[in-house]
Design a protein around this ligand. Structure first.
Ligand SMILES: Cc1cc2nc3c(=O)[nH]c(=O)nc-3n(C[C@H](O)[C@H](O)[C@H](O)COP(=O)(O)OP(=O)(O)OC[C@H]3O[C@@H](n4cnc5c(N)ncnc54)[C@H](O)[C@@H]3O)c2cc1C
Length: 471
């Protein structure tokens, strides 16, 4: 059966775009954090929407599962096949055309396989701004961003991917095409199909194109790194900054000293901007479309007051674009430094912002009591209530003993998150990483509705089975 199917697929996309050899498949079958490795019958690389539709029709008829994949930078194992060797990876990378920019409606229409950074560049060249920004922007695709409802560093001001999309084009499991590629800011004609596909992690349909919102280009910017005594001080500073800077507050990133220590150790060319390492650090950015806005003066004033009030202990304001980049490198280097430093057990959680301090104190105490010696690597988008709450093994522990703690540690952290009415997946998605935990934290009615929707959209369960929902 597989020979016939592979021949049919080669007939659709061209033989050169059906990859069956192990070496050619390697980059597609392992995830970015190297936690998941699968095997695939083939990697299929269609060149346009109609080829995607024909591929899905063939696979649906043959009962062969399809794993949509964009840039393969996801953090939840959502784009990795299982190890049966019977699943097909559908790589969207060749759907990479930017169709049009509408400067009046402030929109950009793109193929799903466009790399995020290329969309940002196209918007910039048109005098506009596409605000989604994250560490993997040089290789993740907008289809993957949509499928995971990606967040990143500018959610505080612009919202996550769901808030940045206007219309979608989606190919369904049986090859039908839903053309929802509209550039409307208002449309009350019934259920919102777009919002169902956003965040569905490739389980309901394959996104092939999108209309995205653009914003005025920020021409004034001020970036600062602030030393603080801990998370409570960071929250107080967030409130103070938010009330003074209003919607010019664009980013508010938090990291504990352990994270910065790790970056300084593992990422070349980084340096601490303070004389001594503080317990907690915030990287913040203000921006404005008015080039005359003196944001550095505004930030300086707020920082002086915060230092005088004992909220902040030290601060540096970037004096040039290069200095701002160097500060951002410290924040963005955390993911890379973690990979180099060895295994971590990760949590991507969201909490009501006002309860973050209490959550962090309670969780830290509980982990120290139950699993002494683990190293806390806590950082994230504090302004969105989103923490990457990660743990590294104790120095004397081997990797196997550390990994054996994954289940109990997840249970401990996520049960506290549940009690605070938070979420166990803030921006990375559920994938296979959180799939089995989801039913414990989502109401049974919500789980049932999600299963019902899956059956409706994909009756033969060929689209990314075993991701997000148990099959
Ligand atoms: C260094 C680093 C930093 C990161 N920082 C952030 C961050 O700040 N915020 C954040 O949200 N994420 C972050 N991520 C995670 C990741 O980059 C995002 O989840 C990204 O949106 C995934 O895009 P991708 O194209 O790589 O998708 P993939 O990894 O290829 O796929 C992710 C999921 O989307 C599905 N999918 C992909 N394309 C399609 C499509 N066209 N149609 C339907 N389903 C599809 C896949 O099946 C899978 O379930 C980071 C990752 C790295 C490596």
């Amino acid at each position: 059966m597989s020979d016939g199917l592979l021949r049919d697929l080669a007939g659709i996309v061209g033989a050169g775009y059906v990859i069956t050899d192990a070496a050619g498949q390697e980059a597609y079958v392992v995830d970015w954090i190297k936690k998941y490795r699968g095997r695939a019958m083939a990697v299929v690389r269609p060149g346009n929407r109609d080829e995607v539709a024909a591929v899905l029709r063939c696979c649906n008829d043959a009962g062969v599962s399809v794993i949509p994949q964009g840039g393969n930078t996801g953090m939840a194992g959502g784009a990795t096949p299982d190890d049966s060797g019977r699943q097909m990876i559908l790589s969207l990378g060749r759907l990479n055309r930017i169709h049009e920019i509408d400067p009046v409606g402030n929109t950009i229409t793109v193929d799903a396989g466009c790399i995020l950074a290329n969309i940002q560049t196209a918007a910039r060249e048109a005098g506009r701004f596409f605000p989604l920004s994250l560490g993997a922007e040089g290789s993740c695709t907008i289809g993957g961003n949509l499928a995971t409802n990606a967040g990143g560093i500018a959610v505080l001001r612009y919202g996550n991917m769901r808030e940045l999309a206007l219309g979608l084009e989606v190919v369904l499991a049986d090859g039908r095409i839903w053309d929802g590629l509209q550039a409307l800011r208002k449309d009350n004609t019934g259920y919102d199909l777009r919002d169902l596909f956003i965040g569905s992690e490739g389980t309901l349909g394959v996104i092939t194109a999108a209309v995205l919102k653009l914003h005025p280009a920020p021409t004034a910017r001020a970036t600062a790194m602030i030393a603080l005594s801990g998370e409570q001080a960071a929250l107080e500073f967030l409130v103070r900054l938010g009330s003074r800077a209003g919607d010019r507050l664009t980013a508010f990133e938090f990291m504990t000293r352990n994270c910065l220590d790790l970056v300084l150790q593992h990422v070349a060319g980084t340096a601490l901007p303070f004389k001594t390492m503080p317990p907690a650090i915030v990287l913040t950015e203000l921006s404005d479309a008015d080039a005359e806005a003196d944001l550095s003066a505004l930030l300086e004033g707020i920082l002086s007051e915060a230092i005088a009030a004992g909220i902040a202990t030290d601060a540096v304001i970037a004096q040039s674009g290069e200095q701002a980049k160097a500060l951002w490198r410290l924040r963005e280097g955390i993911s890379e430094a973690q990979v180099r430093a060895g295994k971590t057990i990760k949590h991507d959680i969201a909490l009501p912002i006002g309860r973050l301090g209490a959550f962090m104190r309670e969780t830290e105490a509980a982990i120290e009591a139950a699993f002494p010696g683990l190293r806390f690597l806590v950082f994230g988008h504090l302004g969105d209530g989103n923490l990457h709450y990660n743990l590294q093994r104790a120095p004397q522990m081997n990797d196997d003993d550390f990994y054996a703690l994954t289940g109990p540690l997840n249970r401990l952290v996520h049960d506290i998150v549940g009690r605070y009415r938070g979420s166990i997946s803030a921006e990375h998605g559920v994938g296979q990483l959180r799939r089995d935990e989801l039913p414990r934290y989502k109401p049974p009615v919500a789980m049932q509705l999600m299963h019902d929707l899956k059956t409706l959209f994909d009756p033969h369960s060929i689209l990314n089975p075993g991701k997000l929902l148990q099959s």
